[in-house]
Ligand binder design. Sequence first.
Ligand SMILES: [Fe+2]
Ligand SMILES: [Fe+2]
Length: 329
Amino acid sequence: MYAQLVKSEGTSREEMSPEEIAFQERIDRNEKIEPKEWMPEGYRKTLIRQIGQHAHSEIVGQLPEGNWITRAPTLERKQILLAKVQDEAGHGLYLYCAAETLGVSRDELLERLHSGDMKYSSIFNYPTLTWADMGAVGWLVDGAAIMNQVPLQRTSYGPYSRAMIRICKEESFHQRQGYAIMMKMANGTPAQKKMAQDALNRLWYPSLMMFGPSDKDSVHSAQSMAWKIKMNTNDELRQKFVDQTVPQAEYLGLTVPDPDLKWNEEKGGYDFTEPDWDEFYQVLKGNGPCNKERLGARVKAWEDGAWYREAMTAHAKKKAARRSAVAAE
Ligand SMILES: [Fe+2]
Ligand SMILES: [Fe+2]
């Protein structure tokens, strides 16, 4: 199938080098590519971008929810939310480690995040206004993340695929805790139900945007799919997400904010309204409601932690010097 695909530089298979052909054949046989093995530069670069962006999303994604830890309504909810937000930090760490195996340093990745050169998922540039948003984020945002990540467990790059296996287990817990909050709110007082509906209204379209632009506008798709860095197209995953989520909203007694949403018997899925792509590109450009706040918080955390990184480096150097002094005795 890859014979018809063009490489990112626009060359056809006939122009691929013997190494590139052998590499593609390994991928076609579902072999995993491991860190020290030969890989095309484009594959390495695309993976660094994708894994880095994913890692950044995990740590920036802690911010909108971290915001609610002190205001969780019960001790139990606080513990659950705290555990969830900690999990996201762990996901960031697995993914930065996976990216490092491709020859990029964590410092460089963070530097590129802070300078705005690398992105994170735009969903985190929306505010979390009420406790019901903690429900909607877990249900919809972690739900969309799972939809994206489950197929990536089979991705061709070994370290990324293994990180995804661990992460997906935890994401299921995140989605469920969110849905549990939504159940409580949707079956609560009229005011609580209204909050739940309002959270769904605000987060529905940003969640649909999480799958990225429509296939016809997505620049990286064909090559990434040939390399099995991407396993499904954006539109396929978005459709799957809608089909899974609409019945869950119905079960909650909430209304998906799309008057044109309709079951389509023929395609066996829902017809739905596309998100506002102008808004998507605006948020991507840095003009979303919370872009400045989120990036500002990350940069501040990096600067505030400088003394700690310096101390750790100095300590490691001292330890190494002591070790070599002992060895020399
Ligand atoms: Fe995560
Ligand atoms: Fe999560």
